[in-house]
Design a protein around this ligand. Sequence first.
Ligand SMILES: Nc1nc2c(ncn2[C@@H]2O[C@H](COP(=O)(O)OP(=O)(O)OP(=O)(O)O)[C@@H](O)[C@H]2O)c(=O)[nH]1
Ligand SMILES: [Mg+2]
Length: 329
Amino acid sequence: MFGFIKRKQKNTSETATPTAESPVLSEDSPADLSQSLEKTKRTFSDGMADFFLGKKNIDRELLDELETRLLSADVGIDATTTIIDELQSDISRKVINDADSLHTKLADIMKTILQPCEQALKTESAKPFVILVVGINGAGKTTSIGKLAHHFVQQGKSVMLAAGDTFRAAAVEQLQEWGKRNDVPVITQGSGADPASVIFDAVQSASSKNVDIVIADTAGRLHTQDNLMDELAKIKRVLAKIDIDAPHETLIVMDAGFGQNALHQAQQFHDSIGLTGMAVTKLDGTAKGGVLFSIAKSLKLPVRFIGIGEGINDLRPFNAAEFVDALLE
Ligand SMILES: Nc1nc2c(ncn2[C@@H]2O[C@H](COP(=O)(O)OP(=O)(O)OP(=O)(O)O)[C@@H](O)[C@H]2O)c(=O)[nH]1
Ligand SMILES: [Mg+2]
């Protein structure tokens, strides 16, 4: 947020011209976190530097401006109030007296808010470890499953996918495509099949083949569609017959672009079927990346992964410090 004040002062012009040392990135190169968060960063920072440079002191007017920007980036009232109150208190005590100390303290507060959500997904507790992926239509479930499979394969784990979105034929094909890209098997019974039956079969098959991780896709649904929410509850019941602890992770995929609305949806999913983690996608396409702070304040669910692009490498384990540093860079 304030980092670009320094950039502005450095008087350097960085160009993206490819050279031998930094070749053009291939399609599958991981996206740069800081660049991916550009839209959210702009909400924070556009015009802030000029505002800042015109000031001799850190004053209430500056905090008000910061408050507005935090709210615009969907940081939410609770987290914004925490941030502003703590900064105000440090300013009053003269602990913060210039741009650098403000920047450092801001980063500290933001990291402290997000830290509880940083809980890596550990898959060693069961074999197969079953991940049930849920969420509203178009949130990025199937794509995230493809990226997740890649993530686990890279760690040397064996993965099987279950085509539990039997609602439309294209969904099965989309998952099969990701299966091919990752060279992992996809269990399907085609469209129209009972999702619980597909996922049950996949877990049994994974058990017999000693596969480490099963990732199950499901059709997008709204929390208001009771019959579809019941379907998820049924999947969980059926899986518990194989392993009382399965699914070991019920992961909601949430589109960051929905901001505060997505929070409400996730809460309803949680109340209805019980979630254990979240993957927050499309942070690269939105100015509402601050929603992670709202998640930390209200939902308090582990944010296992963040999605920052459409490529296979563009899902990464959530790291609070890395996220805040990229945001404030
Ligand atoms: N830019 C960007 N696009 C993403 C990201 N994650 C997913 N997408 C895109 O979002 C669109 C929808 O993704 P899907 O994976 O099909 O979403 P879904 O939740 O499975 O959708 P339904 O099965 O229809 O409910 C696709 O075009 C993806 O490429 C991300 O992190 N960044
Ligand atoms: Mg899908």
